[in-house]
Write a protein that binds this ligand. Structure first.
Ligand code: ADP
Ligand code: MG
Length: 559
């Protein structure tokens, strides 16, 4: 029978996988178990809307069987199964293109969660197996099919025998090599530990035949071996557990298992609310900016569960745009399982939860800023820009909420500071919060306008991100102190310069200025004497609301 080739992309990915970008081979099991659990979920979900289908929870399980003699590890599930076409489509191709491009761009990074991130988890099986066989019978179909592959050179699909609906995956575990050991994936205690570590909260029983010993009947000091089927996982979802029983590692594992990101979470929040609306939630602030974060492709949202059953992958209504970096899930008993996307938007419970969550995130960020400054700055590097967009968008409706989360580089401190910190350091005679905009700190340092304000002993905020100045314009005032660009006309500084009477200089040098103006015709509006220069001979300044930097950005924007 003819062997089919994997699609080109899948082939390259497989290659990569086999030559192991993973450092932890053990996670293949997590991937296969989560697929099995998804497959049972699909049946469960179907049963909710299909009256002819009865779902007895007891009938649904995942089973792991290791056989050392044949070096096989078999994973059986009683889920929805796959048709011939589905085997072909799901296991023969990798749907999400772009994953490889990303991988090669990020070659240097630790790769161990990349596979999960792109939903190619199944292929992880090839990290530990020479041959992968999938025998599956789809729900509602009488015929089963067998998919088999030895890795990169292709796969076959043939009809097969299978009594019941569901899927059986047989891994022919690799032989040990000098560098890599595979035997452990046939060891009961090891498999059990891996299940506990990554899949403890899976909602269906993960069963294993556990070898045990017991005293032999009628004989003293003699023992016999027997096997007993045990459920290895606790089945309690992590979000229903008590916070005190959970470790940081548990949350990290959950983050990885859920494929929220390929990094580690910077911070997690576990909410168990039982006020006006009852829900559990686990939220994460990632450490790194996802590669597509500042693009249109990025989709914000939290997973939404109704009483333990996933009803939506990415519910956007749970997060405001300015917190779109937050990952995680919400489970509520107060939501209907069959609620449609449209209905969700108007659901009162859901908007209560969303509001609640928004405040939680805000207070978490606040406490990160207060108590773990370094972590906050890592966060700010990754997502600060989004907060500034938040201030600027919606006509400043969110500025109260977000403004004290902002950081700007300070001329005095030579590091990022908050507006609070700036204002608390202001000398009594200082009227304004001064800022200077430019491409980089080095460039701003060289601005002629900086000198006068600095010499007064005033701190200046350096705005180097193009959104900064827009945000500042929206904020207008912080603790009653107005923002003022060092390039604006009136700096509000009573300087020595005043006594030099620029008006006099102006008339004295009238001809010179007029000549300069002619030379620069169309490029500047006016040439005049400045009160704001010390060691520099000239500077550019603007009149009105827009600064030079803002004009540049507005000009660069597509219309
Ligand atoms: P993902 O789970 O992210 O979709 P995978 O590579 O893990 O990606 O799996 C690919 C697809 O193969 C799944 O989406 C699912 O449709 C199908 N699949 C994998 N394992 C099973 C299984 N045990 N039962 C039914 N379908 C499965
Ligand atoms: Mg999967």
């Amino acid at each position: 029978m003819a062997k089919k080739e994997f699609q080109a992309e899948s082939k390259r990915l497989l290659d990569m996988m086999i030559h192991s970008i993973y450092t932890q081979k053990e996670i293949f099991l997590r991937e296969l178990i989560s697929n099995a659990s998804d497959a049972i979920d699909k049946l469960y979900y179907k049963a909710l809307t299909d009256e002819t289908l009865v779902f007895n929870k007891e009938d649904y399980y995942i089973k792991l069987t290791a056989d050392k003699a044949s070096r096989t590890l078999t994973l059986t599930d009683t889920g929805i199964g796959m048709t011939q076409e589905e085997l072909e489509a799901n296991l023969g191709t990798i749907a999400k293109s772009g994953s490889l491009a990303f991988k090669s761009e990020n070659e240097a990074k630790e790769g161990h969660n990349i596979i999960g991130q792109f939903g190619v988890g199944f292929y992880a099986a090839f990290m530990v197996a020479d041959v992968v066989t999938v025998i599956s019978r789809a729900h509602g179909s009488g015929q089963a099919y067998k998919w088999e592959s030895e890795g990169a050179d292709g796969y076959t699909i043939v009809p097969a025998e299978k009594e019941t609906t569901g899927t059986e995956i047989i891994l022919k575990i690799k032989e040990n090599t000098e560098d890599d050991r595979y035997d452990e994936f046939l060891e009961e205690y090891r498999l059990r530990a891996i299940v506990k570590k990554y899949s403890d909260f899976i909602r269906y029983p993960i069963k294993m035949d556990i070898k045990k010993q017991r005293a032999k009947e009628g004989a003293e000091n003699e023992f016999e071996e027997y096997t007993e089927e045990e459920t290895v996982n606790s089945m309690v979802p992590i979000w229903r557990k008590n916070k005190n029983e959970l470790t940081a590692e548990d949350y990290e594992n959950f983050y990885a298992e859920k494929r929220y990101g390929y990094d580690k979470p910077l911070k997690h929040v576990h909410i168990s609310a039982d006020g006006a609306v009852v829900y559990n939630a686990i939220l994460f602030i990632p450490e790194n900016t996802p590669f597509d974060y500042y693009t249109k492709e990025y989709e914000k949202g939290l997973e939404l569960y109704s009483n333990g059953v996933l009803i939506m992958d990415k519910c956007p209504d749970l997060l405001p745009d300015y917190f779109s970096f937050v990952k995680g899930m919400v489970d509520s008993e107060d939501l209907s399982l069959n609620i449609s996307r449209e209905m969700l938007q108007h659901d009162r419970q859901l908007s209560l939860i969303a509001k609640n969550i928004k405040n939680k995130i805000k207070s978490q960020l606040q406490s990160l800023l207060k108590d773990e400054r370094e972590k906050y700055e890592t966060f700010y590097q990754a997502f600060g820009r989004q907060l500034k967009f938040g201030v600027y968008s919606d006509y400043g409706a969110n500025k109260e909420l977000l403004q004290n989360l902002l950081l700007f580089y300070s001329s005095k401190e030579k590091k990022l500071v908050t507006l609070d910190e700036y204002v608390s350091r202001m000398p009594e005679d200082q009227k304004y919060i001064y800022y200077a905009a430019g491409e980089s700190i080095e460039r701003i340092d060289k601005l002629p306008q900086i000198e006068l304000v600095s010499d007064k002993g005033y701190e200046i905020l350096y705005l180097t991100d193009d959104i900064d100045e827009f945000a500042v314009k929206v904020i207008q005032k912080y603790q009653d102190k107005e923002f003022k660009s060092v390039s604006s006309g009136d700096l509000g500084i009573e300087s020595e310069g005043d006594k030099d009477k620029p008006e006099e200089e102006e008339s004295a040098a009238k001809d010179l200025f007029e000549d300069m103006q002619k030379l620069l015709d169309g490029k500047v509006k006016k040439v005049k004497a400045s009160k704001r220069l010390k060691t520099h001979p000239v500077c550019l300044s603007t009149e009105g609301e827009l600064t030079i930097e803002m004009e540049k950005i507005l000009k660069a924007m597509p219309n």
